[in-house]
Design a protein around this ligand. Structure first.
Ligand SMILES: Cc1ncc(COP(=O)(O)O)c(C=O)c1O
Length: 362
């Protein structure tokens, strides 16, 4: 692609060519557009946890010391999380959401012209992030069942491949990646980033293997299982030779004091939170069965807290808009590969009922 002309006030050419992010609608905006009060909006579009954070959080936050900067070394939260994950704290680094760790990895590994391998349809932040660094995203399409085509993946690795991103389970398709595929990717010797944002719902994590594997990184987050999406608390489990460079790039105070408190409280109250995870997993199966009963919908199995669903006979964007007008938000996509799919977050039974009632009106 020819580089755009650059005037004195224009940013880097790599930034100029980035398309605007297709961001999901906020609750307030959805309320304005539908004419409904914000509290009546059923938000099933961004894979949040509708049970919310620990009930102990509000009181703990009221005692926070907000005039001081947070701990740049993140010592307390790393120690507490090390126990939860079962790895030494020297392998852990927190970010302002797992999103920040994706960015940090790219800042550390991608020079212009380097390659990042990814497997669409998948989480949009990988390809978007690579663009920031004028790196090339090499995409190997998933097969019909959204599994990774291992041979094609291996054939796509080149001398410039620096990072391989795999969401496990994958967003938005919901399926888990086969261990065999992870092994094959690790065998390339490139840095394999396994994004386990939904690990608690899937009941599987490879985080414990990181200390024994020189090229495996696992990303996790408190956004989903602990209901902390709004506080931005994600972390990575890194090999030591990788993490020491990330420390140099990390903004010193990237994890804020409220997030530190919330991480500690969540781990203390993990039984309550993990009971909600189990409720969501149970509800996921109930919701999939209910969606299967609707003739124009074809839900896929899911190992996460959302369900991808093909829509037949109608544009998915139109279904999304009709549901939004009734106060129920689901995700539709501009990506042509997902033009006939919607993604629905699994909430509480009453959220499923609201969705099913709105679908029945369409
Ligand atoms: C696969 C995947 N990775 C990472 C994230 C971002 O997590 P965080 O909220 O910790 O930034 C998401 C959020 O939706 C996701 O789906």
């Amino acid at each position: 692609m020819p580089e755009p002309a650059r005037g004195p006030l224009d940013p880097r050419p790599a930034v100029q060519v980035i398309a605007e992010y297709d961001s999901p609608e906020s609750r307030a905006r959805a309320a304005r557009r539908s004419g409904l009060p914000p509290e009546q909006i059923v938000k099933l579009d961004t894979n949040e946890n509708l049970y919310g954070p620990s009930p102990r959080l509000a009181e703990a936050l009221s005692r926070g010391c907000y005039q001081e900067y947070p701990d740049p070394l993140q010592e307390e939260v790393r120690a507490a999380t090390a126990e939860y994950v079962g790895v030494g704290e020297e392998h852990l680094l927190f970010g302002n959401g797992a999103d920040e760790l994706i960015d940090l990895l790219m800042r550390a590994y991608l020079d212009p012209g380097d390659e990042m391998l990814s497997f669409p349809p998948t989480f949009g932040m990988y390809a978007l992030g690579a663009q920031h660094f004028a790196a090339r995203t090499v995409e190997v399409e998933r097969d019909q069942r959204f599994d990774l085509p291992i041979e094609a993946a291996l054939a796509a690795v080149s001398p410039r491949t620096r990072l391989i991103f795999v969401a496990a389970p994958n967003n938005p398709t919901g399926n888990q990646v086969a261990l065999e595929a992870v092994e094959a990717l690790l065998g390339t010797g490139r840095l394999v980033v396994l994004d386990e944002a939904y690990a608690e719902f899937a009941g599987r994590s490879l985080a414990g293997q990181v200390p024994d594997r020189e090229n495996l990184v696992v990303l996790r987050t408190f956004s989903k299982w602990a209901g902390l999406a709004g506080l931005r608390a994600g972390y990575g489990v890194f090999p030591l030779r990788v993490i020491r460079h990330l420390w140099k790039l990390k903004p010193p105070f990237n994890l804020n004091v409220a997030a530190e408190i919330a991480i500690r409280v969540s781990l203390e109250d993990r039984d309550w939170l993990l009971a909600n995870v189990q409720k969501i997993v149970d509800e996921r199966e109930r919701l999939i069965s209910a969606l299967e009963e609707i003739p124009s919908l074809r839900p896929y199995p899911s190992a996460a807290n959302f369900v991808l669903c093909d829509v037949e006979g109608r544009a998915a964007a139109e279904v999304r808009a009709s549901l939004a007008a009734r106060g129920v938000l689901v995700r539709a996509y501009r990506d042509p590969r997902l033009a006939s799919s919607i993604r629905i977050t699994v909430g509480r039974p009453r959220d499923s009922e609201a969705l099913l009632a709105a679908l029945a009106q369409l």
